[in-house]
Design a protein around this ligand. Structure first.
Ligand code: MN
Length: 234
């Protein structure tokens, strides 16, 4: 290790189901629109667009079971439940038929979005970063290894707020399945062990308020829960 002028920041990690060992998070990639009904609710034609990506900083990741503060600069904080792919092997320009070989495991995540800032960014043709890449914006439940669960391609994906169902769909509705997402992402960057890919959210996104309790899950992949702290400082 080189000598550093400040302490080296701790590496972000997320929980692994049934283990004390944690998964080190290197980068977070997210697919913009990957369920037809959600693309339509955002005013887009799902048949026209190839998948596109945005990113969050690795240290935006938050374990399930956490209370997070309502983030600054927004009055329209949205939940997006998503299947999360945890990359375990490096690769670039990976063919679709080999793409799943890169996967270490899967989990359930929530892509928190400052929708009002995203709407403004779209209107002004500005980057999405301030709407997507803020502190505590990437919730992630315990990851499960492929050796235990294989590669899920169907199963219910859902999210409730204060026990009211908001998002309820099936992984089989993904426009671009996991193998395609990995293959396409690997054309732009060399994927590395520790990368997480949030694969997009189904329809039913909506606003969260301080005090809300959020639960979600994907069949066979466990659950995620968090709450928006009713008060307190960042
Ligand atoms: Mn999303």
């Amino acid at each position: 290790m080189p000598k550093t002028v400040l302490p080296v920041p701790p590496a972000p990690t997320v929980a692994v189901a049934g283990s004390d060992a944690r998964f080190p998070v290197r980068r977070i990639f997210c697919v913009g629109r990957n369920y037809a009904a959600h693309a339509r609710e955002m005013g887009k034609d799902p048949d026209r667009e190839p998948p596109f990506f945005f990113t969050k900083p690795a240290d935006a990741v938050v374990d399930s079971g956490t209370a997070i503060p309502y983030p600054p600069l927004t009055r329209n904080l949205h939940h997006e439940i998503e299947l999360v792919v945890a990359i375990g092997k490096a690769g670039s320009d990976i063919p679709v038929e080999d793409a799943l070989d890169l996967v270490w495991g899967y989990g359930v995540g929530i892509d928190l979005t400052r929708r009002d800032l995203q709407d403004e960014a779209k209107r002004m043709s500005r980057p999405w970063d301030w709407s997507k890449a803020f502190d505590n914006s990437a919730l992630c439940g315990p990851l499960m290894p492929v050796s235990e669960i294989g590669h899920p391609s169907s199963g219910r994906i859902w999210l409730s707020v204060n026990e009211e169902m908001r998002q309820d769909a099936d992984l089989s509705e993904l426009i671009w399945p996991v193998a395609d997402v990995i293959s396409i992402c690997s054309r732009s960057v060399r994927l590395q062990p520790g990368d997480l890919i949030y694969t997009g959210t189904p329809a039913g996104v909506g606003a969260l308020q301080p005090g809300d309790r959020v639960e979600g899950g994907v069949d066979g992949l466990g659950a995620i829960t968090f709450e928006i702290a009713s008060e307190g400082k960042r």
